[in-house]
Design a protein around this ligand. Structure first.
Ligand code: GAL
Length: 411
């Protein structure tokens, strides 16, 4: 063989990345379209591409309420993606029952997810009839309030340490022309804020009775009436938000146009992309500063069955790489969430994430309501709360009655 031919063969061999012969494109759908979310998705894509396969991004704008029906109809309609995000809990229950999702038990057992994933409730939420159907990839807690230090400085009041001090600061904020509480127009945002207030203001016991035991009497009771009274105030404090997406509301806090936002810790990704520093530019109050709690919400990836052995193999590789130590750290630091593995070093975590990790370590955790209620019940409650939020004439008593009536029929 001539030198030229040998060199050509060598070059071709060297240039061909390992495994390229089996390089497979996988379409992955999710609803992560904000700046922080996109930065986090890029870490997942990078990790998967490094396996020699290719992440084909299928971002769906408009948030989970818009994306999930699209994901479900594609899977049930015979046009499945290779992997898709859902929240921890029961959102994919019917897809599993219909036999449309890959069984991941083999990769879960091979990689010891049972010993790695904490709290174990996250893997339990992926498991049906002893088989594993999703890869949990993060812990997101709704139980946070984000405060703009600059807004309180402008209003001449100290940064509140809890919900009650925030309430006292509202007149000064309004006088300074600052929106006290930013709540975007997407329905899940007022529902989420209400649920956080429920834990903080009705207390954990009453919250468990209503959201876990589905006890309608507790939902009608005086402890829960406190939540509705506070929600009526929060509705007024947020009336000038005038944005739709959650990250636009977060941006109002980042720019000081609004003083506060009750939002899950995915908001951290936005502060990070804006170059803001926890403690210096913004303050985070876990459990609204009333009871330090985190809820184990967050995200898991499910893998629809595909009639293609190469793609199926690549799906298992994607599930595996999502839970690797390196990916867990790189993705979660950008996402503002806590890794599902307890054996990773998060020394790069900021002050707020460290607060969350401490609370998690103390075991002060509650399930997210996506894990305790069916999607149907969640949507019905969300409809009542968003109507209450958008109807100043609707009294707290009326809201509480309608909410409790749904709890009475909940599953
Ligand atoms: C949640 C999801 C988060 C997040 C948020 C806003 O349901 O768990 O990852 O990004 O939606 O899009």
């Amino acid at each position: 063989m001539t030198i030229r031919r040998t060199a050509a063969v060598l070059a071709a061999t060297v240039l061909l990345p390992l495994g390229a012969a089996h390089a497979v494109d996988l379409e992955v759908t999710h609803w992560w379209t904000s700046g922080g979310e996109a930065a986090a998705v890029a870490e997942l894509a990078k990790a998967f591409d490094a396996t020699g396969n290719k992440w084909v991004d299928g971002a769906i704008a408009g948030g989970g309420d818009t994306a999930r029906p699209i994901m479900i109809s594609r899977i049930t309609g015979g046009d499945p993606m290779a992997a898709t995000q859902f929240n921890h809990g029961r959102q994919a229950e019917e897809l599993i029952e219909a036999g449309l999702l890959q069984d991941l038990t083999e990769v879960a057992e091979k990689e010891g997810w049972k010993d790695l994933v904490r709290p174990s409730s996250l893997l339990d939420a992926c498991t049906k009839d002893g088989k594993v159907y999703c890869a949990p990839i993060n812990i997101h807690s709704w139980q946070w309030m984000w405060l703009s230090n600059a807004a309180f400085e402008k209003a001449g009041v100290p940064v509140p340490k809890d919900w009650y001090e925030f309430e006292k600061a509202v007149p000064a904020l309004e006088k300074a022309g600052i929106v006290p509480l930013a709540v975007g127009g997407q329905s899940w945002q007022s529902k989420g804020a209400f649920d956080v207030m429920a834990i903080a203001l009705a207390g954990i016991d009453t919250w468990k009775k209503v959201y876990v035991e589905l006890d309608a009497d507790a939902a009608r009771g005086p402890e829960f009436a406190k939540v509705w009274a506070a929600a009526a105030k929060a509705r007024d404090w947020s009336k000038d938000t005038k944005v739709q997406d959650w990250n636009q509301a977060t941006n109002m806090v980042i720019t000081g146009k609004a003083a506060a936002q009750i939002m899950g810790d995915w908001a951290q990704g936005e502060f990070q992309v804006a170059g803001q520093v926890a403690g210096k530019d913004y303050t985070c109050l876990p459990g609204l500063g009333v009871n330090e709690i985190i809820s184990t919400g967050g995200d898991a990836f499910y893998f629809p069955k595909l009639d293609d052995p190469e793609k199926t193999k690549a799906q298992m590789q994607l599930a595996s790489v999502m839970l690797s130590k390196e990916t867990q750290v790189a993705f979660n630091l950008k996402k503002g969430s806590v890794p599902v593995r307890g054996d990773v070093d998060l020394n790069a975590a900021n002050d707020c994430m460290k607060k969350g990790l401490d609370i998690l370590a103390k075991g002060n955790i509650l399930p997210d309501s996506t894990m305790t209620m069916s999607p149907d019940t969640t949507n019905q409650l969300q409809d009542v709360i968003v109507q209450f939020w958008n109807t100043p004439s609707m009294t707290p008593e009326e809201g509480q009655k309608r909410f409790a009536d749904i709890i009475a029929q909940a599953d």
